[in-house]
Structures are given as structure tokens and as C-alpha cells.
Write a protein that binds this ligand. Structure first.
Ligand SMILES: [Cu+2]
Length: 181
């Protein structure tokens, strides 16, 4: 490669970057926990990856499966976790990540219109200030442990079943968490 070719290649690499930077937001590892039948509530968790070079904000959510969907978080009030409706939405840093996870930020579904079971897929529409509307499919997974969401990227391709089966007290614990959420 001569000098000119090298310079052209370097320039091509540079101009390729902004195409990625403006590629909106991507949603990873979406799953939902739902306890109960029609009229029940559920919580949805996922990771938001912001490919934009500006911060974005998740401001609204809706789902055909629920009468109402809200952005919620948990607040530790002297050891008691209280759930609150986040009116201002969730900020996702420029070129950064936000994880919605158990015990933290989550999407709350209220007034389910249909009965769902493990393995069912529900549709969500997320509305971002910058990226606009993003469609998400979340699988109902009432057995997932909190850690598997947090480590979603790293755990992919590993033996998730083996990992999940090693859980000890999860059944009781999970049901408590779901009742709160
Ligand atoms: Cu909630």
C-alpha cells in the first residue's frame, strides 16, 4: 500500500464511524415477568444501547397486551424498596448503555388483556426522544434469575441452563420480587 492508498483507507475508516453513531438505539435481552392472569401486572426488563452521539431518553412505552404501561423504578427507603412511576423517563448516555433490571428501572405493565405463559412473546413500543419509536419483543420468562439479565452479553453462548439450575432459593425469592413489581 502506498502513501496515498494508506491515506484513503484511513479516511474511509474515519467516515465509516458516523454511520454507526447515528444508528439509533438497540434493545437487547428483553424479557418479562408476569404473575397471574387477565388483569394482572407484569414487569419488563432489557438493555438499551445508544448508538447515537447524543444522549437519548426513553419517555414512553405501550403494549397491546396491557391497558397501561409505565416507566418505573425502585427507590430504597430505609431498606424498604418502593416502586415509583418515573415521569421524566430514563436517560441513556450518548454512545452508552442503560440496563433495566430487577430492583431498578423497569417497564410496568398493568391490566393485562390476555393470559400469558412462559415462552410467550409480547410486543412493546418504546418511544425515545431522539430515536423515535422502537418496537421490542419480550419473551415471558418467569424463571430467569436477576443476574442473567445483568450479564446477558457475556452469558450468551454459555451454558445458561446449567447456570440457572444451580440456583438455590430462587423460586421463593422470585415470586416475592414479582409481587412487588
Ligand atoms: Cu413497577
Amino acid at each position: 500500500m502506498n502513501r496515498l492508498q494508506t491515506a484513503v483507507a484511513a479516511f474511509a475508516a474515519l467516515i465509516a464511524l458516523p454511520a454507526f453513531a447515528h444508528d439509533g438505539v438497540h434493545i437487547h435481552n428483553a424479557y418479562a415477568r408476569v404473575i397471574g392472569g387477565i388483569g394482572a401486572s407484569g414487569a419488563v426488563f432489557f438493555e438499551i444501547e445508544n448508538h447515537q452521539d447524543v444522549a437519548d431518553r426513553l419517555i414512553a412505552v405501550s403494549s397491546p397486551i396491557a391497558e397501561k404501561a409505565e416507566l418505573h423504578s425502585h427507590l430504597d427507603q430505609g431498606g424498604v424498596m418502593k416502586m415509583l412511576h418515573v415521569q421524566d423517563g430514563f436517560i441513556v448516555p450518548a454512545l452508552g448503555f442503560l440496563e433495566l433490571a430487577r430492583g431498578g428501572d423497569h417497564v410496568m405493565l398493568m391490566g393485562l388483556k390476555a393470559e400469558v405463559k412462559n415462552g410467550d412473546v409480547i410486543e412493546l413500543t418504546l418511544t425515545f426522544e431522539q430515536a423515535g419509536e422502537v418496537q421490542v419483543q419480550a419473551v415471558i420468562d418467569n424463571n430467569r434469575k436477576p443476574e442473567s439479565g445483568a450479564m446477558g452479553h457475556d452469558m450468551e453462548g454459555h451454558n445458561m441452563e446449567g447456570h440457572d439450575m444451580s440456583g438455590h432459593d430462587m423460586d421463593g425469592h422470585d415470586m416475592e420480587g414479582a409481587a412487588q413489581q
